[in-house]
Design a protein around this ligand. Structure first.
Ligand code: DQA
Length: 145
């Protein structure tokens, strides 16, 4: 199984940005955690981060017929991007939405998620562990096919 993990804007600043919300572990720590877990689960994983909406759309499109699952934390684009929703709908790859923080307990503008309509599951508030649970969900989903 091949899984693409996509991270949106400012997630490369983990460890520096708002540690009281996102914790003090770095983006590199997150990548290592995901890579180690994927290895353990015999899953091939590619991790991608961009601050640019169009680049994220390009990456989703390039996953077509190449990846079996997507884990996406669109970060701020969660709450604004129809383009990411349309890209996910276009490729039709099972996708899990992840947020490190409990977005449902935060500001009103974080209560909307455009991508959610294209996702089989949403995981929030589990910190970095949310990415691992998303990989589990994609593996489970793959077994049911
Ligand atoms: C986030 C939540 C978003 O609202 C925010 O814009 C982010 C990170 C999270 O992982 O908790 O950048 O997606």
């Amino acid at each position: 199984m091949k899984i693409l993990v996509i991270n949106g804007p400012n997630l490369n600043m983990l460890g520096i940005r708002e540690p009281q919300i996102y914790g003090s572990n770095t983006y590199n720590d997150l990548c290592n955690l995901i890579t180690d877990y994927a290895k353990q689960k015999c899953v091939e994983v590619k991790i991608f981060q961009s601050n640019h909406e169009g680049t994220l759309v390009d990456e989703i499109q390039s996953a077509y017929q190449t990846f079996d699952g997507i884990v996406i934390n669109p970060a701020a684009y969660t709450h604004t991007s129809v383009a990411l929703l349309d890209a996910l709908k276009s490729v039709g790859i099972p996708t899990v939405e992840v947020h490190i923080s409990a977005v449902e307990q935060r500001e009103d503008f974080r209560q909307i998620s455009f991508v959610r309509a294209a996702c089989i599951k949403t995981i929030t508030g589990l910190g970095f562990r949310g990415y691992l649970r998303a990989i589990d969900a994609l593996i489970e989903n793959g077994k049911q096919l």
